[in-house]
Design a protein around this ligand. Structure first.
Ligand code: NOJ
Length: 555
C-alpha cells in the first residue's frame, strides 16, 4: 500500500507479542526467567515477525499478583536483572525493528510500596491522600470485587487508624487516589522516566477502575474524570510523539469509545477488544459466525488514530463476562466443562489448543480470523507454538507456564533443577517434549511456520489495520464469515469457515475490483464477472486482495 505521511501511526500495522520476563528465558540458571535471557531471544521474535513487544510488569514486587503489585515504579525486579539489561533488551529490539511497550499499573500499588507504608501510619501522614480512605463502615460491596475467590469487599480496615482503604483487586493492592494532583504528577513522572529509557508506550492496567473511581477520592477533582487520561496522553505524546497507550478496558463498546476520547481520539490510542474476543469464542463453540458478526457490528466508529487490539488469549482468565449467562454456559460446555477449567464463575483457565482438542485446522482458522479482523493483533507468548495450560496450577497461573524452547526437561527455559523452576513446565500432551520452538521452526507444516506466514501476511496487509470497520459480504452459510477491509487502493477479503463441513461459496466482489490474488497461497485468482467462487474445506480460511491489477500484487 502507498506510504503516506500518516503511515507513522505504527500501531495500526503492528503485531503485538506479550511476554512475562520471569517465564520466558532464564540466562543465569536460577530457575527464573530474566532480562539477559530475553535479550538472547529478540532475534527469535524478529524471525517470527512481530514488531511490538509488550513486557508484563518487571518492577520490584512482593509478587502476590504476578508483578501487578508494584513496590517501586522506577525499579527493575533484581530477580530479573537491572536497568542496564533492560536497556539492552530495548536497544536490541529497536535494532531489529521491534518496538517495546511496558505495563503501567497506576490503579494501585503493592501495600509494601513506600507510599502506602507511610500513608497507613496516621491520618495526617503526607502520603495519606495518595490512597482512598473512608472512616465509616462500608456497605456490602461483595458484588464489586474482581477476585471473588479471595476477597469479599473492596474496602479493608486498616488496624492502626481504624479507617478503611479502597482496593478493587486484592487487599494487598490499595487503589491510588488519582483525584489527588500529587498522585497524577507522580504518574506523569513515571511515564517520563520510562520514555527516557527508550520505551515506545504503555499497556495501561485496569483503566476504568482508576477513572470511574476518581469521584471517590479526596482532592481537587478534575472536571471530567477522563481528563486524567487526556492529561496522560497529552504528556506522553509531548514527550514522545510516536508513543502509544494500549488500555485494558473491559467494558461494552459504547463505553470504550469514551476511553478512546470519542471523536477527538485524545485518550487511549489502542484498547483490547474484550467483546469481540468473547464473541469469537461463542462463535467457535457454536460453529457459526453469527455471534461475531453481531458483536463486531456493534463496534463504534473510531477516530482515525484509534485502534482495536484483537486477541484470543492473555495472561488472565479468559473472561466471558460480557456474554449472557446462557451464552457463557455454551462456551463452558464446549471448551471448559469441568470446574477445574473455570475461574471466578466467569472465565476459563485454558489455552486455545487444548480447548480445540488440538485440531490444527480449527486452531489455524481461529488465528487467521483474529489476524484478519480490522484492528491490531496481539498474541501471548507460546501461542505461536500452540502451548497448553497446567490445570493443576493455581488460578490464572495455569496459563503462565514457562516458554517451551526445546524438548529438554524444562523445555529449554532454564538449566535449573525442576524444584527451582519458577513454575513447572506445561504437563502431559502439551509438555515441551511435544510442543516446542526448536522442533517447530524446522517443520514447514508446524503451527509456528503457519503463524510466521500469517504475521508476514498481516504486516503486508495494512488494509486490515486501517479499515474503519468490518464489512460483511453476503453469502448464504451461517457457519461462514466472508468479510472485507477496504483500503484506499485495494481491499482485503477474508473467508472463514467455523463449521466442520466443507462449503462452496459465490461472493460478489464486483464493487471491490476485477482482479484478485490469494494472499496466503500467493496465487492469482480468477473472478468471473466480479464473483469469487470457491470451495472451502471444514474450518478452512482464505485471504484475498482485490483491486486493480497494479495494486494487488505481493512481493
Ligand atoms: C489486570 C491484570 O491483567 C491482572 O493480571 C491483574 O491481576 C489486575 N489488573 C490487577 O493489577
Amino acid at each position: 500500500m502507498r506510504i503516506t505521511a500518516t503511515s507513522d501511526l505504527w500501531w495500526k500495522s503492528a503485531v503485538i507479542y506479550c511476554l512475562d520476563v520471569e517465564t520466558y528465558s532464564d540466562a543465569d540458571g536460577d530457575g527464573t526467567g530474566d532480562l539477559a535471557g530475553l535479550a538472547r531471544r529478540i532475534d527469535y521474535l524478529a524471525r517470527l515477525g512481530v514488531n511490538c513487544l509488550w513486557l508484563m510488569p518487571f518492577f520490584p514486587t512482593p509478587d502476590r499478583d504476578d508483578g501487578y503489585d508494584v513496590m517501586d515504579f522506577y525499579g527493575v525486579d533484581p530477580r530479573l536483572g537491572n536497568h542496564g539489561q533492560l536497556v539492552e533488551v530495548i536497544r536490541t529490539a529497536h535494532d531489529r525493528g521491534i518496538r517495546v511497550i511496558i505495563d503501567l499499573v497506576i490503579n494501585h500499588t503493592s501495600d509494601r510500596h513506600p507510599w502506602f507504608r507511610a500513608a497507613r501510619r496516621s491520618t495526617d501522614n503526607p502520603f495519606r491522600d495518595y490512597y482512598v480512605w473512608r472512616d465509616t463502615a462500608p456497605p456490602d460491596t461483595s458484588d464489586q470485587v474482581v477476585f471473588p475467590d479471595q476477597e469479599d469487599s473492596i474496602w479493608t480496615r486498616e488496624e492502626k487508624t481504624g479507617e478503611w482503604y479502597l482496593h478493587h483487586f486484592y487487599r494487598h493492592q490499595p487503589d491510588l487516589n488519582t483525584a489527588h494532583p500529587a498522585v497524577r504528577e507522580e504518574i506523569l513522572r513515571v511515564i517520563g522516566f520510562w520514555l527516557e529509557l527508550g520505551v515506545d508506550g504503555f499497556r495501561v492496567d485496569a483503566v476504568p477502575f482508576f477513572i470511574e473511581d476518581i469521584e471517590r477520592g479526596a482532592g481537587e477533582l478534575p472536571r471530567d474524570p477522563h481528563d486524567v487520561l487526556r492529561e496522560i496522553r497529552a504528556f506522553l505524546t509531548r514527550r514522545k510523539g510516536s508513543a502509544v497507550l494500549l488500555g485494558e478496558v473491559n467494558l461494552p463498546y459504547e463505553q470504550q469509545l469514551d476511553y478512546f476520547g470519542g471523536e477527538r481520539g485524545d485518550q487511549l490510542q489502542l484498547q483490547f477488544d474484550f467483546v469481540g474476543m468473547q464473541a469469537t469464542y461463542l462463535a467457535l463453540a457454536r460453529g457459526e459466525a453469527t455471534p461475531l458478526v453481531e458483536a463486531l457490528g456493534r463496534r463504534p466508529t473510531l477516530h482515525r488514530t484509534s485502534q482495536w487490539a484483537n486477541f484470543l488469549r492473555n495472561h488472565d482468565e479468559l473472561t466471558l463476562d460480557k456474554l449472557s449467562e446462557a451464552e457463557r454456559e455454551e462456551v463452558f460446555a464446549a471448551f471448559g466443562p469441568e470446574e477445574s477449567m473455570q475461574l471466578y464463575g466467569r472465565g476459563l483457565k485454558r489455552r486455545l489448543p487444548p480447548m480445540l482438542d488440538g485440531d490444527p485446522r480449527r486452531l489455524r482458522m481461529a488465528y487467521s480470523l483474529m489476524f484478519s479482523l480490522p484492528g491490531t493483533p496481539a498474541i501471548y507468548y507460546g501461542e505461536e507454538i500452540g502451548m497448553g495450560e497446567d490445570l493443576a496450577a493455581e488460578g490464572r497461573m495455569a496459563v503462565r507456564t514457562p516458554m517451551q524452547w526445546n524438548a529438554g526437561p524444562a523445555g529449554g527455559f532454564s538449566a535449573a533443577p525442576p524444584r527451582r523452576l519458577i513454575q513447572r513446565p506445561t504437563p502431559d500432551g502439551y509438555s515441551p517434549e511435544h510442543v516446542n520452538v526448536a522442533d517447530q521452526v524446522r517443520d514447514p507444516d508446524s503451527l509456528w511456520t503457519f503463524m510466521r506466514s500469517l504475521i508476514a501476511a498481516r504486516r503486508e496487509c495494512p488494509e486490515l489495520g486501517w479499515a474503519p470497520e468490518l464489512e460483511v459480504l453476503g453469502q448464504p452459510h451461517r457457519q461462514v464469515l466472508a468479510h472485507c477491509c477496504r483500503g484506499p487502493e485495494a481491499s482485503v477479503v477474508a473467508v472463514h469457515n467455523f463449521g466442520a463441513d466443507a462449503v462452496t461459496l459465490d461472493v460478489d466482489l464486483s464493487a471491490l475490483g476485477e482482479h484478485a490474488i490469494d494472499l496466503l497461497a500467493h496465487d492469482a485468482v480468477e473472478l468471473a464477472d466480479g464473483r469469487l467462487e470457491l470451495s472451502l474445506e471444514g474450518f478452512g480460511h482464505r485471504w484475498f486482495r482485490v483491486g486493480p491489477p497494479e495494486r494487488i500484487s505481493v512481493p
